[in-house]
Design a protein around this ligand. Structure first.
Ligand SMILES: CC(C)(COP(=O)(O)OP(=O)(O)OC[C@H]1O[C@@H](n2cnc3c(N)ncnc32)[C@H](O)[C@@H]1OP(=O)(O)O)[C@@H](O)C(=O)NCCC(=O)NCCS
Length: 213
């Protein structure tokens, strides 16, 4: 897979201090190229990526008759890829792991409504609620392409386990919440993930999921 990477990706791979991180990056990008190559009927090494102002990768051009967009996330050895035609997309994935300073993180990064919703959860649901919130927030930001450069407390997502995922509100932009679809995903046991993409009148998104083994 290393051979399918572009020169800048190979340079990035070389800069990782730990071998495991280097391999994760190579496989993450190699698989991305393999999957996109199958959609576009193109050799993985012939795909060219460009990067937004906050480093969001995108395909430089496609010959598919439409623009293919993608986003990816990785956590603890698992990678999640989201691919859509003609629209922006964002995806985030986190392993459900113990978080020592959950309250402090929520205090610092979550919106007021999110903190209240988290506190209202029974203790055994708090970790799931926390990661629901985190992945939904990050998926939205990754769809926008702004990454964590945009303040996280300025917008609110749902987080209560069992309730639908949604963007609740964005401060100062009253219509923004209705412009996005947030979809919760469980790509593997012990992980939570979220997908964000625009809500468009007349379009009902059809989500197909595959596992790469
Ligand atoms: C994007 C970001 C939220 C990723 O967070 P993370 O939890 O560390 O990583 P994830 O596993 O969720 O996602 C990583 C993938 O997201 C993609 N990505 C990188 N930047 C992105 C962005 N701004 N928007 C959307 N996706 C992005 C990449 O494909 C990356 O995978 P790669 O390592 O193979 O390149 C975080 O890196 C960020 O905030 N970046 C912005 C940084 C920034 O503002 N830099 C200033 C540049 S001037």
């Amino acid at each position: 897979m290393a051979q399918t990477l572009a020169a800048d990706e190979q340079l990035r791979a070389e800069r990782f201090y730990f071998e495991r991180d280097r391999l994760h990056f190579i496989v993450g990008r190699g698989l991305l190229r393999t999957i996109l190559g199958q959609y576009l009927q193109c050799e993985p090494s012939r795909l060219h990526f460009c990067y937004g102002p906050f480093a969001k990768p995108a395909l430089l051009e496609t010959s598919s008759g439409g623009k293919l967009s993608f986003n990816l996330a990785h956590s603890a050895g698992l990678a999640l890829y989201a691919i859509v035609r003609d629209h922006e997309i964002g995806v985030d994935l986190e392993q459900l792991r113990p978080v020592m300073d959950m309250e402090q993180i929520a205090e610092r990064f979550f919106a007021v409504g999110e903190r209240a919703a988290l506190q209202a959860l029974p203790a055994q649901q708090q970790r799931e609620g926390f990661f629901n919130c985190w992945t939904r927030k990050e998926a939205y930001l990754k769809a926008l392409g702004s990454g964590l450069a945009r303040p996280l407390a300025e917008f609110e997502v749902s987080l209560t386990p069992g309730e639908p995922a949604r963007l609740v509100k964005v401060n100062g932009e009253p219509d923004e919440a209705s412009r996005w679809v947030i979809q919760a995903l469980t790509p593997a046991a012990g992980y939570v993930a979220a997908l964000a993409l625009p809500a468009i009148t007349g379009i009902t998104w059809q989500l197909n999921c595959w596992q790469w083994v």
